[in-house]
Ligand binder design. Sequence first.
Ligand SMILES: O=C(O)[C@H](O)[C@@H](O)[C@H](O)[C@H](O)CS(=O)(=O)O
Length: 297
Amino acid sequence: MTAGPAFTCVLDARAKLGEGPVWSVDEQALYWVDIKGRALNRFDPATGANRAMALPEEIGCVAPRKGGGFIAGLRSGLWQLDGEGRPVTCLAANPEGQGASRFNDGKTDPAGRYLAGTLDEPKAGGKAHLYRYDRHGLAVLAGGLLTSNGLAFSPDGRTLYHADTPTFTVRRYRYDPATGAISDGEVFFRLEPKDGDRGRPDGAAVDAQGCYWSALYEGGRVARFSPDGGLLSEHPVPARCPTMVAFGGPDLRTLYVTTASAGRPADELERLPQSGGLFAMTVEVPGLPVPPFDPAA
Ligand SMILES: O=C(O)[C@H](O)[C@@H](O)[C@H](O)[C@H](O)CS(=O)(=O)O
């Protein structure tokens, strides 16, 4: 394992719970959300400008939609948003209700289906699930979860990675891009809970060499894992709670990471005043473009 280059702040956003970065190749812009700030954001790296679009409820994840607008995971369910981030149509209600559950991390699959999971807010019952949404509707892929997170695909689209953050575990599944079915789940890696300072696996992305980049919540770093689950390198982030990574830039060699500030202790925010910001670093191995959500998939 090597200590790699560090992230620097590209947007001092002071988000409550920054999450869900996704790069739009068409627009050369980064969309990201502030879950607790109830906003969809568009960051333009060419100008450094960020535009925040307010939402009526928490938004956990988002993806550009083929034909315009977005698909997004809100507390109440999966929604189609228009180009201004306004909810237009509820595509699927949150099957767990809204009392103690909301949509969290999501990602499109190679065919343009949308995978998204929920968060069990009391973090006691393992009531969260991972879902797949396509033209057939919503289907359960996995259950018994606390915080569904860390979705990413291998370069050939045949392996799905998925984290359950509070259990410190990332699993991998065989994925059938033709049907969106998963099988043969196994532990990809599990971090040591007793080593609390090193964080828990949150949002993720895979690079062109098939390595898995994981934002380590409460670990103050992003780590890169080989396709066999070995830790390759660690990259400090000047915020204690990195939440999700995404590759962007013209050559997909900029790795962005969102961070959280909500609920963090005052001394931590004093020491790390850019918590809640958007950070980036240049990487040697590029990422892979994430396809838009395709309503026909
Ligand atoms: O995915 C996220 O960033 C969640 O929305 C966060 O709240 C965070 O991942 C989560 O709280 C971590 S954990 O469930 O407490 O371990």
